[in-house]
Design a protein. Structure first.
Length: 302
């Protein structure tokens, strides 16, 4: 069903619906595991503002269609449509930045992308991330910006791209799970299961897959009975406290740090780029991740 509103008009890659004071925004590319393209990011940004502006919405649920929440950024082509270094314009139109022509160009692109996702933090209304399946790389950039993360017990949360591609352009990791776990996850690119994500603070709650909707809907229902002005007051004071702890500055630095990481000329980064150019994404990912086995962190159970 199509939607046309003030901020969001005829989206193609997300779904938007409202009922009983709750807006449900769904990443709707299950065949691509809801990978984030520039269009997806823009439509998501617009849908979030649509929900924040509508007076009949008190709470937002962000979810993914199919088996996965979001498997990350769409790496097809030149990082999902960003113009490559040295690419010539087809006409005499004005020249614009390339994606990799300089450190500053790269940081500029990261900041433009970041502006589409950090809007979650700035919304006046609470956002619940409903996470199932893979929540990887760009998926974590979305989920960890939300006010609540509720996941299936067997969901996989992590940033495997940190092994060879770059550093997260959004960085809320340290605010959720502290410095040691943030380093453990980012320095290895390993993922953590949903039930263990609760233990270290990455998620509020986990549930068996067949109970996930019920748990998410119950929290949304309870929140929705509070006037949105009060919800806004509560969200904003907590987020202002996070800003006092540097969260806003860290996001700016995360974009620049990702651009810095892209300059790496180490063997694993070099091999990944060569594999992408010669063999394509599937081979590049396979070779990148092979030394790490299944790449899943398992907490000891007594």
């Amino acid at each position: 069903m199509t939607y046309s509103g003030k901020w969001l008009d005829q989206p193609e890659e997300i779904l938007f619906e409202v009922s009983e004071r709750v807006a449900r925004i769904t990443l709707n590319k299950p065949d691509k595991r809801n990978a984030l393209s520039p269009r997806t990011l823009q439509e998501l940004h617009d849908a979030l503002l649509e929900a924040d502006d509508r007076l009949d919405v008190n709470v937002v649920i962000l979810r993914g269609a199919g088996k996965d929440f979001c498997a990350g950024y769409d790496l097809g082509g030149v990082y999902a449509g960003r113009k490559a270094e040295g690419e010539a314009a087809a006409t005499e139109a004005p020249s614009y930045r390339s994606s990799s022509g300089s450190y500053d160009d790269d940081a500029w692109f990261m900041e433009r992308q970041q502006a589409l996702t950090t809007v979650i933090f700035d919304l006046h209304k609470p956002v619940i991330a409903r996470v199932q399946g893979n929540c990887l790389a760009g998926g974590t950039d979305l989920a960890l910006m939300c006010d609540f993360v509720i996941c299936s017990d067997e969901a996989k949360i992590g940033f495997p791209a940190a092994r060879a591609n770059g550093s997260p352009p959004n960085h809320m990791w340290i605010y959720h799970c502290g410095p040691q776990w943030a380093k453990r996850i980012l320095m290895t690119g390993d993922s953590i299961r949903g039930r263990d994500a609760v233990t270290i603070g990455l998620a509020l709650e986990s549930a068996p897959a067949d109970q996930l909707d019920a748990v998410v809907d119950e929290l949304a229902r309870r929140l929705s009975f509070v006037d949105n002005e009060l919800l806004s007051a509560h969200k904003r004071i907590v987020n202002l406290a996070l800003e006092g702890m540097g969260a806003r500055t860290i996001q700016r630095l995360a974009a620049e740090n990702d651009a810095r990481a892209h300059l790496s000329k180490g063997p694993r980064r070099t091999q990944f780029k060569a594999d992408m150019a010669e063999h394509g994404l599937k081979t590049a990912l396979t070779n990148r991740d092979a030394p790490f086995g299944d790449g899943v962190i398992r907490l000891r159970e007594d």
